[in-house]
Design a protein around this ligand. Structure first.
Ligand code: ATP
Ligand code: MG
Length: 506
């Protein structure tokens, strides 16, 4: 019998108006990788925060190596070797990478002077272990989200770990980075460390986990052997029902005039000579590996980044887009992949967040029509199944996936004709994913033009009428209808030679 390192039982936790955990339990063996899954708001993060002393529990017991423990804060948990990497990154943007890693535990010469050199060297060693190239002296604010995630992981590794908890560590990593991370997890397991891994990417869990525990609605459902369970079986346990999404049929274009025309758009190395058209009622996908330039293209169209040349026209009329405000005025909405940086105001309530993008329409003579804001927010809560006790709840108290839905709601409130969704379902559970697909379909049927950027091929294959593929800043292929298949898309996504590629010209 493997030794049990963590046991939690009868854990209950209530927040005002929300029961986050009811009689929840969890156990972890030494040297085990144990995945924790469940829909958004199921209570996964809360359970782990109770374990690591971020929250106190209302009732229940926690044992570490057989002894009952209660950590009153994160530091106590860290000292006992129980370390958690949080879902929302917690780094200081103005500090360097190494300073973030060793914050509060700085290296000093003669116990007084800051020893930056040693600190940077120690940080570099951690990155070497992780096989990533990040300069320890770089400011964290200059890093990509994926790199910041790696800094969090490096920081965790800098402690003496007994139990490592990763709350959706792979949500913003590329496939290669995930492979590296999994190598690190396997290495830690070999060293006898125990790992709790929270993720919505069920396929990857089967690769790395020994056991999987499922939670639903604040409760423990079951713990199963990762090898013995099917993805469908897991989904059924998570949502209590079966989920089925039909593949998109080919679109019969009613109107041959495109809504959006982009011609020879150039914006840095990742946006090179991009030309395409998008139509009303169409869901157009952008596929490609991470770093192919899809987000950069979207940002250039939206005016979030400048473009050096090219033409953007809506209904045949050229639009001068130099800022997001220009784009919004022209009828374009962009749902960013990085919700914390661009998407929601964590300190404001749900209703204000949802109304924010659309205050002009909800005010009269400068007065905000509060009733309308509230009614609209209520409707969005229902449409998107956002889990919150009320529209007055601060967004920071919502679970990660529900925050993402608030970003969606915010932009849906805006009456945009062209909506660009950038990784819309990242961190969102399977049930809510299918709701979001339905919603995109509904919007398309209303005549809107939908552009979807996604790194999850199954998602692209399910949702889109047509798919454009990018590789290294260029469009390398276009597929429609039956051609929307994994191997065809992957071929274009890795095709560096543009001359051989099949770019659609119409
Ligand atoms: N500090 C808080 N104050 C009030 N409510 C909270 C707080 N933290 C979490 N909740 C609520 O508790 C419930 C469980 O949230 P939790 O973050 O544990 O979900 P989760 O399973 O991690 O979901 P996700 O997959 O979306 O990250 C949710 O309804 C959430 O809104
Ligand atoms: Mg969570």
């Amino acid at each position: 019998m493997p030794e049990e390192v963590i046991r939690m039982e009868g854990i209950t936790k209530e927040f005002p108006g929300v029961r986050a955990l009811s009689d929840a339990k969890f156990s972890l063996d030494t040297g085990e990788v144990h995945a924790l899954v469940g829909e958004n708001g199921a209570g996964k993060s809360t359970l782990m925060k109770v374990l690591t002393g971020v929250y106190s529990k209302d009732s229940g017991k926690i044992f570490l190596e057989g002894r009952e423990v209660e950590f009153h804060n994160v530091k106590e948990a860290q000292n006992a070797g129980v370390i958690m990497i949080h879902q929302e990154l917690n780094l200081m943007n103005h500090l360097s990478v190494a300073e973030n890693i060793f914050i509060g535990r700085e290296f000093r010469k003669n116990k007084v002077f800051l020893d930056k050199k040693t600190q940077n060297e120690e940080a570099a060693k951690l990155f070497e272990k992780l096989h990533v190239k990040i300069d320890p002296g770089e400011k964290v604010g200059n890093l990509t989200v994926a790199q910041q995630q790696m800094v969090e992981i490096a920081k965790a590794l800098s402690f003496d770990i007994k139990v490592l908890i990763m709350d959706e560590p792979t949500a913003s990593l590329t496939d290669n980075e995930i492979d590296d991370l999994f190598d690190v997890i396997r290495m830690l397991r070999k060293e006898g460390k125990s790992i709790i891994h929270i993720s919505h990417r069920l396929e990857e869990l089967k690769l790395i986990a020994d056991r999987i525990t499922v939670m639903r609605d604040s409760k423990y459902i079951d713990t199963v052997d990762a090898k013995g369970v099917t993805i469908d079986g897991l989904i059924k346990m998570m949502v209590g029902r079966e989920i089925f999404v039909e593949k998109q049929k080919e679109l019969k274009k009613k109107n041959l005039e495109p809504t959006l025309e982009v011609e020879h758009l150039n914006a840095g190395p990742l946006v090179q000579d991009i030309s395409f058209k998008a139509y009303a009622g169409e869901i157009l996908g952008f596929a490609g590996l991470v770093g192919a330039g899809r987000t950069e293209t979207a940002r250039a169209i939206f005016g979030a980044d400048p473009h050096s040349s090219g033409r953007i026209a809506i209904h045949g009329k050229e639009q001068k887009i130099h800022s997001p405000a220009d784009a919004v005025k022209a009828g374009i909405a962009y749902l960013s992949e990085d919700r914390k940086r661009y998407g929601v105001a964590l300190g404001l309530d749900v209703e204000t967040n949802i109304s924010m993008a659309n205050l002009q329409n909800m005010s009269e003579f400068g007065f905000i029509k509060f009733k309308e804001c509230a009614a609209n927010a209520d409707k969005q809560l229902g449409d998107l199944a956002i889990k919150t006790p009320s529209v007055k709840q601060l967004v920071k108290f919502l679970s990660g996936g529900n925050q993402q839905k608030v970003v969606l709601a915010k932009w849906l409130t805006k009456d945009a004709e062209i909506i660009i969704f950038d990784e819309p379902t990242r961190g969102i559970d399977v049930g809510a994913k299918s709701e979001i697909y339905k919603l995109m379909n509904m919007l398309a049927q209303q005549g809107k033009t939908i552009i979807v950027i996604s790194s999850e091929l199954p998602e692209i294959m399910r949702c889109c009428h047509r798919v454009l593929v990018m590789c290294e800043g260029r469009l390398t292929g276009e597929v429609t209808g039956k051609e929307i298949e994994q191997d065809i898309i992957m071929r274009f996504a890795t095709q560096r030679d543009v001359k051989e590629s099949k770019v659609w010209k119409s």
